[in-house]
Structures are given as structure tokens and as C-alpha cells.
Design a protein around this ligand. Structure first.
Ligand code: SAM
Length: 264
């Protein structure tokens, strides 16, 4: 029996696909499975260290809402570290993969399918922290959606809650231009990720795997200071930005930034 996996669909002109709701069609199961099997969680945990766990513990966080659960990497780490964790995502496929991964690691995850733009409708409770990790916020293609999502996150936090949100360093990609595009390698040379098309409104990333399969994700290139400004405009009082899980990022350009936004 043949199992036909749905393919990614970007239509005739992929660089015109700039739509917030398109993420559910980009994370097709074959892509997600490949990613998880090549970048095994142990290696990922080693490279990330305890950055997020230490950060949350230091602030006395107990209840966490993971709004970009994906296949569950951070939710499982948070559960293992003892945080009360609710795992949300807009993709039902991602959540079922996450739930199965949770079981494999000995956790029964509390999962909720919810799009960030209407988070309060589907997720209940108030949280000490919301985490939105793995360069997920980049999937929002209009400023209105970004503001709406941040406002929903803000509303679900307790009065002294924090939002932890990471993003790729798009300033480097946009400012260096398309010609000097940098290829990111994960797992040595096994998976390569490179920007295939870049303008101020779209970075189209190409993911190549050792079996020659290729997938893409269309992302909005968030400039660091723009993300910080939006967070402060929806009401966050203090925003600290880390580079590549380090407190200082002078010198070498980091590949990722992590914003920690405090509500009071
Ligand atoms: N945090 C996970 C990780 O690091 O492995 C997953 C990251 S994955 C790049 C982005 C996730 O965000 C996907 O699971 C996708 O379904 C989810 N997502 C994107 N846009 C969303 C939205 N508007 N509402 C809810 N989930 C969304």
C-alpha cells in the first residue's frame, strides 16, 4: 500500500504567498518528520542548554503557555523541568505529533489547538510566562496580525508575567542582501537552510535534506527593533534582547535573537 503525503503548495508564484494563515499548509507531515528525525532532540537540547529554563526559574515562573508548540520540543523540556505547561499551536498535525512525542518522554501533554490571533477564545487561564520559540512569530504577514497576536499574549499573562519570543536575525539577511546570503547548517552538513529569495516583506527559506528532498517556508523578515517596538506598543514595559542565547551579542552577528518582554 502506498501512503501519499500531501506536498507543500505555494502555487505558480511562491514569492507572492505572503499570508498569515498559510503556515498550516507549509508544515506538511513529511517535512516535520524529517526535521525531527535529523535534528534529534538531544542534540538540540545540548546546543540550546538551559537558557530558557534558567530564565523562567530565575523569575519564579510556574505556569507556562507554549503558544508555538510545534512537535513539542520546548513543551517537553518545560514539563521535564517541572513547569505547569499548556501547549498550544494552530496546526492540528503539529499538536498530534507533539502529543505523541510527549508520551514517548513520559508526559501527557495538555494540548489546545489555537491560532494566536484568537488565542483567548480557545485557551483559558492566566500564565506567568508565554513562550513563542523556534522563530515562529515570523509566520505573521501583516502588522495587524502581529499586533493582534501580541495583544492576545499580553492579555493571557498574569499582571507580572513575561513573554519570551525568539526570531532569526533578519537584519543581517536583509542588510547583507541576497548576494551574500548565508547558509545555515544543522547537524553538521545534514540539513542546510538558506534564504532563496529576500525582500523587505518576504524571506523564502529553502531546507535541503540529505535524501535530496527540498522544502520551503515563507517568512516575514522581522527586524529586531521593529519586533521590540511592537511589543512596547502593545503595553510591555521592559524588553530585553539576547543574541544566540547569550546576554551580549557584540562582535559576531548572532543567528537568533531572544526577546524577553515584561508586563510590569
Ligand atoms: N517551537 C517549535 C520548535 O521550536 O520546534 C515549533 C516552531 S515552528 C517553526 C512554528 C510553529 O508555529 C508551527 O508549529 C506553526 O503551526 C505555529 N504557528 C505559526 N503561525 C501560527 C499562528 N498564527 N497561530 C498558532 N500557531 C502558529
Amino acid at each position: 500500500m502506498f501512503i501519499v503525503h500531501p506536498a507543500q503548495k505555494f502555487g505558480d508564484n511562491p514569492v507572492e504567498v505572503r499570508e498569515t494563515g498559510h503556515y498550516t499548509e507549509e508544515y506538511v507531515p513529511s517535512f516535520v518528520e524529517k526535521w525531527d528525525s535529523l535534528i534529534d532532540w538531544e542534540r538540540r537540547a545540548q546546543s540550546e542548554g538551559d537558557f530558557f529554563i534558567d530564565l523562567l526559574r530565575k523569575r519564579g515562573v510556574k505556569d507556562v503557555l507554549d503558544v508555538a508548540t510545534g512537535t513539542g520540543f520546548h513543551s517537553v523540556r518545560l514539563l521535564a523541568a517541572g513547569f505547569e505547561t499548556v501547549s498550544a499551536d494552530g496546526s492540528a498535525e503539529m499538536l498530534s505529533a507533539a502529543f505523541a512525542n510527549g508520551m514517548d518522554h513520559g508526559h501527557v501533554m495538555r494540548v489546545v489547538q489555537a491560532d494566536w490571533r484568537w488565542l483567548n477564545r480557545d485557551v483559558h487561564g492566566a500564565y506567568d510566562a508565554i513562550v513563542c520559540l523556534g522563530n515562529s512569530f515570523t509566520h505573521l504577514f501583516s502588522e495587524r496580525d502581529r499586533r493582534k497576536a501580541l495583544a492576545e499574549f499580553y492579555a493571557m499573562l498574569k499582571h507580572d508575567g513575561i513573554l519570551v519570543l525568539d526570531q532569526r536575525n533578519y537584519d543581517a539577511i536583509l542588510d547583507d542582501g541576497y548576494t551574500s546570503k548565508h547558509t545555515y547548517y544543522y547537524c553538521g552538513e545534514d540539513v542546510s537552510v538558506e534564504p532563496e529569495y529576500v525582500d523587505e516583506g518576504l524571506v523564502r527559506m529553502r531546507y535541503s535534506f540529505p535524501d535530496d528532498s527540498v522544502y520551503h517556508l515563507n517568512m516575514f523578515p522581522l527586524r529586531k527593533d521593529y519586533t521590540r517596538r511592537l511589543m512596547s506598543e502593545v503595553g510591555f514595559q521592559k524588553i530585553e534582547t539576547y543574541g544566540d542565547f547569550q546576554h551580549t551579542y557584540r562582535g559576531e552577528q548572532p543567528d537568533f535573537f531572544v526577546h524577553v518582554a515584561e508586563k510590569e
